[in-house]
Write a protein that binds this ligand. Structure first.
Ligand code: PBG
Length: 321
């Protein structure tokens, strides 16, 4: 008997494969993270993140131009401050690298959507994402501080603020503060589902933000939990989040798919530093084909339901697509 059902028929050549392709990726899907540091004319590679750099504000502007030229619509700005203290007050200092970079990028490339990462861990001398009460990160007093950070970034010119701290109620607190200062059109992209993940290790080198004691498990989620992710998403939507993020990406695509099926808000994923570093390390050893792995991974994030992909691969991927 001749086999009648042949899924292979529609894989027979490149054109037919293109015709039946269900998911495509485009530079328009990406957000590129930029790390800004104090000083001038600085471009220093981050050792655990090959091809990713610390930039001073002047060079961050040049990268932002390159991003826009590649058709990537957005950058997310992270910063290393000039000083750290108990409460992370440099996080809302208008003279800090992040605020200056946001203003300078907005001026040079007005159409680029600028996302400000709202957190305190890069700015506190203990490396935790909020104000300490003994060894406990105090939730409610941290909300005021995060609100100040969000407002300062909006004042600098950010289009979107992205709280990544995982305090309860921060979306509502930030929305209130933004609105009361007239920033009604500044969006909130909430790191709604952020796991306490080992995949952030290279970022902590990049942002000098490792906790000086303990870990972040009191506020970030347990990788073992799924239902809790949906609860976090519900709460952040109720508090006024405009875009919902799941982080990290690759190991959590089941969560991305479920969140996508459950809500009508845009879903973002953060393809984090450890995911990036693993690909780069294996590629440098000649063990994998970097281009192929990167495009495959990004396509799978989109297939899982992500509308927006924050990724350090954005520049390379945009060139390869
Ligand atoms: C700040 C923050 C982190 C990341 C984004 N914002 C680190 C952390 O929570 O420890 C991770 C990004 C990455 O790993 O690429 N809280």
């Amino acid at each position: 008997m001749i086999q009648k059902l042949r899924p292979r028929r529609i894989r027979i050549n490149e054109n037919i494969r293109e015709m039946v392709k269900e998911t495509t990726i485009s530079p328009k899907d990406f957000v590129y993270p930029i790390f800004v540091v104090p000083g001038e004319h600085i471009k220093e590679e981050i050792p655990s993140m090959p091809d990713v750099y610390h930039f001073s504000v002047d060079n961050a502007v040049e990268v932002a131009k390159e991003i826009a030229d590649l058709g990537i619509p957005s950058v997310e700005v992270f910063g290393l401050p000039e000083y750290k203290d108990e409460i992370g007050s440099s996080a809302w200092d208008m003279n800090s690298p992040v605020q200056r970079a946001i203003t300078a990028i907005k001026k040079a490339v007005p159409e680029l959507v600028i996302v400000g990462d709202v957190c305190l861990c890069q700015y506190t001398n203990h490396g935790h994402c909020g104000k300490l009460c003994g060894h406990y990160v105090d939730n409610d007093s941290t909300l005021e501080l995060l609100s100040k950070v969000a407002v300062s970034q909006a004042e600098a010119g950010a289009d979107i603020v992205a709280p990544s701290d995982m305090m309860d109620g921060r979306v509502a607190a930030i929305r209130d503060s933004l609105d009361s200062k007239g920033f009604i059109n500044v969006s909130i992209m909430s790191y709604a589902v952020k796991y306490a993940s080992g995949f952030y290790a290279p970022f902590r080198d990049a942002a000098d933000s490792a906790p000086q004691f303990g870990d972040r498990k009191q506020y970030q989620m347990d990788p073992a939990n799924f239902r809790e992710a949906l609860k976090e998403v519900e709460l952040d939507i109720a508090e006024g989040a405009d875009i919902i993020m799941v982080k990290p990406a690759t190991a959590y695509l089941d969560v991305v798919r479920s969140v996508r099926n459950k809500i009508n808000h845009p879903v973002a994923v953060y393809n984090v530093s450890g995911e990036y570093a693993m690909v780069k390390a294996a590629a440098r050893n000649g063990w994998i084909d970097e281009k192929r792995i990167v495009l495959e991974s990004l396509t799978c994030m989109k297939r899982a339901g992500a509308d927006i992909i924050i990724t350090y691969h954005a520049i390379d991927a945009a060139k390869w697509i």
